[in-house]
Write a protein that binds this ligand. Structure first.
Ligand code: ASP
Ligand code: MG
Length: 424
């Protein structure tokens, strides 16, 4: 008998029929003899709708109230799902994040889990019930305020609960059959990946692959939680995210390239005409960090020796654009730059693969593919197992398809299936 944590995303519980369908799946797993703990997201686009609703009340809702509002979405789906399971003759009880013992820091809107004490969940499981937990939410340690974990945070709830309960596996049910070599919405010939390492999955998630959120993968790697990403609409085996070593201890076969990720959510800031003297970059990025912004790629142009000045560009989440721009503009006099350009029509493509460490020629092949497709590269950054480039946003889809083909990732037979979701 195993303990399985299953997480169902919004598109898997989008309406009453979907909830009943998922309930059947859960009841089957329970009847097969396993203990089951379920984490749910809000139904369909509920979270977005709640955000829209708040925007109609005020453009700047207090973050504490925003968090309470958004956690209502998961409470609706958890209770309905518990009812649907009970209807099938299997006992089920739903719990909020707070009841499940999900303790977070106090950063509203993107709180981090600092502890999970799931004694109430364990009790329910020991009593033979399926426990349903509202994803994406927790409670602060000292003030008991309700927090949310950031968009897509139910994945993180599931992995954190799996770690705390020492579950055998955390199954993440979504609207595609697993992790693909590219987003099947853009590349229909993308292939499902059977196994991927935590490191590769981290880079994929950090580079915009939406199938798992970054923090969930970080958590899974830290606690060694095996994650099985699969579809709630089919019974196909999905993708196992795990260590590089197999259970038998043999190293996992590492293909050169795991996949191509893309990200449309970033913007680029160029600071024009910065004095080319020590300390200026430090000052700029202190200011950016001080505004709470996480930046990504940084490029400093060759300085024009005769003028002693240089341009510095960096990318950041477009949602942080206003904060970073305001902070830099405030410090324009002491940094001493001439102007600042903001561009949110960029796209980022990333090629990821543990095997690229030991295989020369990967970047050359990537750049050749982009050049053959007539796509200009604006910025480049690399890690040991990733190469990322910035392109124009409207060329990103073409870029992803060209690179996917250039690395022979296209599947000859099956076309990837996207079962649900609005992609919102
Ligand atoms: N409902 C939340 C969101 O859409 C959390 C989740 O789906 O994981 O971001
Ligand atoms: Mg959602």
């Amino acid at each position: 008998m195993a303990l399985i944590v299953q997480k169902y995303g919004g598109s898997s519980v989008a309406d009453a029929d979907s909830i009943k369908r998922v309930a059947k799946r859960i009841a089957e797993a329970k009847r097969a003899g396993d203990d089951v703990v379920v984490v749910v997201s809000a139904m369909g686009d509920t979270t977005d709708e709640l955000i829209d609703l708040a925007q109609q009340i005020t453009p700047l809702p207090p973050q504490r109230e925003m968090d309470i509002l958004l956690t209502a979405g998961e409470r609706i789906s958890m209770s309905l799902l518990a009812m649907a399971i009970s209807n099938l003759g299997v006992e089920a009880q739903s719990f909020t994040g707070q009841q499940a013992g999900v303790i977070t820091d106090s950063v509203h809107g993107k709180a981090r889990i600092i502890d999970v004490t799931p004694s109430r969940i364990q009790q329910a499981v020991d009593a033979g019930a399926v426990a349903i937990v509202a994803g994406f939410q927790g409670v602060t340690q000292h003030t008991n305020d309700v927090t949310t974990l950031g968009r897509g945070g139910s994945d993180t709830t599931a992995v954190a609960l799996a770690a705390a309960l020492q579950a055998d596996v955390c199954e993440i049910y979504t609207d595609v059959d697993g992790v693909f070599t590219a987003d099947p919405r853009i590349v229909p010939s993308a292939r499902k990946i059977d196994r991927i390492t935590y490191d590769e999955m981290l880079e994929m998630a950090a580079s915009g692959a939406k199938v798992l959120v970054l923090r969930c993968v970080e958590y899974a790697r830290r606690y060694g939680v095996p994650v099985h990403v699969r579809s709630s609409f089919s019974t196909h085996p999905g993708t196992l995210v795990t260590d590089a070593a197999t259970e038998e201890g043999a190293p996992m076969e590492q293909p050169i390239i795991a996949g191509v990720a893309h990200d449309r959510s970033e913007a680029k800031i160029t600071i024009v005409d910065v004095p080319d003297v020590p300390g200026k970059a430090a000052r700029i990025f202190e200011v950016v960090a001080g505004s709470g912004v996480n930046l990504d790629m940084i490029v400093q142009n060759v300085s024009v020796a005769s003028t002693g000045r240089t341009d510095i560009s960096f990318t950041l989440p477009a949602t942080d654009g206003a904060a970073a721009t305001a902070a830099l503009t405030r410090h324009q006099p002491d940094i001493g730059f001439t102007s600042l350009q903001y561009d949110d029509t960029i796209g980022k493509l990333s090629l990821i693969g543990a095997g690229m460490k030991s295989h020369p020629g990967v970047s050359a092949r990537l750049f050749a593919a982009l050049s053959d497709a007539g796509i200009n590269i604006e910025m480049i950054s690399t890690s040991e197992i990733r190469i990322s480039v910035v392109t124009r946003a409207d060329q990103l889809d073409d870029a992803v398809r060209a690179v996917h083909t250039a690395f022979d990732l296209d599947s000859a037979d099956e076309q990837a299936v996207v079962y649900g979701g609005t992609g919102r």
